[in-house]
Design a protein around this ligand. Structure first.
Ligand SMILES: Cc1ncc(COP(=O)(O)O)c(C=O)c1O
Length: 458
């Protein structure tokens, strides 16, 4: 089956870097931070444990505190909201625009109050938000501007990189992101006055232990191997690799002891196979048990608590992940070109079909498509997911089943009459994410579009 999301991985180089890390003549952490900062055009970068940690770090360094308000779009990853709450601030939710799913800019101004301190804009699915007016709003109201670049690395607005506009920006290096280190994040600083604050916080925290850091890279390689189309039979969560490496300590030892013999994905697959089977059986049993106990409806994912509090003392990235990030960063331009070419194929093959609406981008937006996201106007997205899975593809809504204001745990931030957030609800109900990654072939895309075109005729 073709996986819904997959970063490009140079498998051999990553394996060899793990073996030879002590012989490096440079500090990979510093080099990774400098290379990402220089690619984006930022003045400072700090590699951390996850994207959410990068945001919490940034909010603390900006001095955001209890009682402050932060304006943020409602269709976004819920850990962004958790990060805001974690520092004591209040998220003020704004709608997304229906044309390309980013923040609805003309809804921002009415939400600004004396307590507003920042605006967060996320460049969803790899397409940049139109930045001019947002920068103007932030400047006029003396607000910090924060860019959520979890979905974008290399996309531009008016020729300038996403991530270089805000006072700060942050990246995620999770598995379903433009480049991956297994798990990871980076905070970027563009406003140089803020750098001393980042240095203060940096000195208060430690690096993730080396063994744990290395396990994240193993998790990446496992996830990559299990989601290669030859091996990928059953939908796996993006954390599957992380979960099994944490759960079965023997697996990590086995990989470590066999690094000399792992020359390709097949070699690793053989080592992982017994643990994969064990975990799948365990998962199946757990599902059956909870099905019997609580009934199907309770298994819906909407209110699942996803945020594990990650703000502890060991949050800085260590050298295994940094070196892996460096290797993967080398290919970013090639991969982005590929992703954009793939998105264009979807445009060509789907734009005449009135059952779908395709995103619209002004000529100033140069995306680097992490996924190509369309809206199914007349067909249930669940049927698309079911049918496409039978044909060997994962097409459906993978971000997100509901905007955050619809989740029970954020009920206190529900919309008011004035601020209805209707677009974000419509988008989440109708969205279908199509894969643009490096491992989707042109033939795959023809098949995907023929599934989408045929289903709309039924
Ligand atoms: C738009 C967006 N922002 C932030 C994050 C948080 O990143 P992380 O999972 O690395 O904490 C995600 C994660 O999926 C995301 O999709």
């Amino acid at each position: 089956m073709i996986n819904r999301c997959k970063p490009y991985i140079n498998f051999k180089d990553v394996i060899s870097s793990i073996q030879n890390i002590d012989e490096l003549t440079y500090d990979p952490i510093n080099k990774f931070e400098r290379e990402v900062a220089s690619y984006i055009g930022s003045k400072y970068a700090l590699g951390v444990d996850q994207g959410r940690t990068a945001l919490i770090f940034g909010l603390k360094a900006l001095g955001i505190k209890s009682g402050d308000e932060i304006i943020v779009q409602s269709l976004i990853c819920q850990v962004v909201i958790d990060a805001i709450i974690e520092v004591g601030a209040k998220p003020i939710l704004v709608d997304n625009n229906i044309f390309n799913y980013n923040i609805l800019i003309n809804s921002i101004r009415p939400l600004i109050s004396k307590d507003t301190k920042a605006i967060i804009v996320a460049h969803l699915y790899g397409a940049t938000t139109a930045m001019d007016e947002i920068i103007e709003i932030a400047q006029e109201n003396n607000l910090y501007l924060i860019e959520d670049c979890a979905h974008i690395l290399g996309g531009k607005w008016k020729g300038k990189m996403a991530g270089s506009f805000g006072d700060i920006a942050f990246l995620s290096f999770n598995f379903d992101k433009p480049i991956s280190t297994g798990s990871g994040g980076m905070v970027l600083v563009n406003n140089s006055e803020l750098i001393p604050n980042f240095e203060i916080y940096r000195n208060k925290v430690n690096r993730v232990e080396l063994d744990i850091d290395k396990n994240y890279v193993f998790a990446l390689l496992i996830q990559h191997t299990l989601t290669q189309k030859e091996n990928y039979k059953q939908t796996l969560s993006i954390d599957f690799g992380k979960n099994i490496i944490n759960k079965y300590t023997q697996l990590s030892e086995t990989i470590n002891n066999n690094l000399d013999y792992i020359t390709n994905e097949n070699d690793l697959c053989k080592l992982v196979e017994p643990y994969y089977r064990k975990e799948m059986n365990f998962f199946l049993m757990k599902r059956v048990q909870s099905f019997i106990k609580i009934g199907y409806n309770k298994l819906q994912r909407m209110d699942e608590v996803l945020y594990d509090k990650n703000w502890n003392q060991s949050i800085l990235m260590n050298k295994y992940r940094a070196q892996t990030g460096l290797i993967n960063l080398k290919n970013i331009e090639k991969v982005n070109e590929f992703r954009n070419k793939n998105a264009n194929i979807y445009v060509e093959l789907l734009s005449d079909n009135e059952s779908y609406s395709l995103p619209e981008y002004s000529s100033e937006i140069e995306p680097a498509f992490l996924r190509y996201t369309i809206l199914a106007k007349k067909i249930e997205t669940k049927s698309i997911f079911k049918l496409s899975k039978e044909r060997g593809f994962e097409l459906g809504n993978f971000n997100w089943f509901a905007p955050v204001h619809k989740l029970n745990r954020y009920s206190t931030f529900r919309s008011t009459e004035m601020n209805k957030l209707e677009n974000s609800e419509y988008i989440s109900e109708h969205m279908v994410n199509l894969p643009t990654h490096y491992y989707v072939s042109e033939d795959n895309m023809f098949d995907i579009c023929s599934i989408l075109n045929n289903i709309s005729r039924c």
